[in-house]
Design a protein around this ligand. Structure first.
Ligand SMILES: NC(=O)c1ccc[n+]([C@@H]2O[C@H](COP(=O)([O-])OP(=O)(O)OC[C@H]3O[C@@H](n4cnc5c(N)ncnc54)[C@H](O)[C@@H]3O)[C@@H](O)[C@H]2O)c1
Length: 271
């Protein structure tokens, strides 16, 4: 990359081909929009149909879609035929209300595996050969802040997301010499259908957002799309095996919250 391309990059994904799983709504839809606005030909794979995605077409981007359940067992042939330079493994879900691990039905563990890890392994495995033939690429996996800290009540979900984080690191080391970069994004507090904070947070609790996250909240899907665009593009050409935390600061602040009287505590009296 020339200095000029680094400082004035213009459209970041012109001529690139991308696959975004779960791109009909939420974070995936924002990623698909931003990639297309930067010139990519995006193929969205979602169980739901994609209603018109609004994006700036000036850079020549395109969004196509197929309706498919990425949990398989087979990879949809259209995904193989697309031969993407960029793969965003975005589908993931905690699937059930919080409950103690001891109350789990072991059948749920397989469902959680398939929803959060199995499809990523399968699709990445299927698309890597073409990415190698094309001389490189970028893979972005959506993990969660809970791959890095605990989430009591969702122990198995967090275990699979942590496995996805470690898959990201090991694969990055393995395929780096082939020009393929692999990174993760660990979101938290992003307003989507999966976690609709507008419904979850009652009006009287809205002033508490600054206590829940250093940057307040909630975050928006577009905040995650910016991170994905960076990781997918040549701006991140020397970045691999890493995680971008798009969480308003919840990961870095750990259990620390501001005191009403000023200062900070990790022992809040009214948590
Ligand atoms: N929203 C957050 O704050 C947050 C926090 C932590 C992690 N994440 C992660 O970010 C990713 C996206 O989250 P979101 O909140 O946008 O999710 P969402 O549930 O709001 O949207 C997910 C999209 O994926 C599609 N989808 C679901 N299962 C599918 C399947 N089996 N095959 C194909 N498509 C399928 C849905 O139809 C939908 O369009 C997930 O991996 C999630 O774990 C999100």
């Amino acid at each position: 990359m020339s200095h000029r391309a680094a400082y004035f990059p213009g459209a970041l994904l012109a001529g690139k081909r991308a696959v975004v799983t779960g791109g009909a709504a939420g974070i995936g839809a924002a990623i698909a929009r931003s990639f297309a606005a930067h010139g990519a030909h995006v193929l969205v794979a979602d169980v739901d149909p994609v209603s018109e995605l609004d994006f700036d077409r000036a850079a020549g981007g395109v969004v196509d879609a197929i309706e498919t359940d990425v949990r398989g067992p087979h990879v949809h042939p259209a995904l193989l035929e697309h031969r993407p330079d960029v793969l965003v493994n975005n589908v993931g879900h905690f699937l059930r209300a919080s409950q103690p691990f001891a109350a789990d039905d072991p059948a749920q563990w397989f469902e959680l595996h398939e929803a959060n890890l199995g499809h990523v392994l399968r699709l990445t495995h299927a698309l890597l050969p073409a990415m190698t033939e094309r001389g490189g690429g970028s893979i972005v996996n959506l993990t969660t802040v809970e791959a890095h800290r605990a989430i009591p009540g969702h122990t198995v979900y967090s275990a699979y997301k942590a496995a996805l984080m470690q898959f990201t690191r090991s694969l990055a080391a393995e395929v780096g010499p082939r020009g393929i970069r692999v990174n993760a994004i660990a979101p938290d507090l992003i307003e989507t259908v999966q976690v609709p904070y507008a419904e979850l947070v009652p009006a009287e609790d809205l002033p508490l957002w600054p206590a829940w996250s250093p940057l307040g909240g909630p975050g928006q899907p577009e905040d995650v799309a910016g991170a994905a665009l960076f990781l997918a593009s040549d701006l991140a050409r020397y970045v691999t095996g890493g995680t971008l935390h798009v969480d308003g600061g919840t990961h870095c602040s750990g259990g620390w919250v501001p005191r009403a009287t000023g200062g900070w505590t990790n022992r809040p009296r009214n948590p």
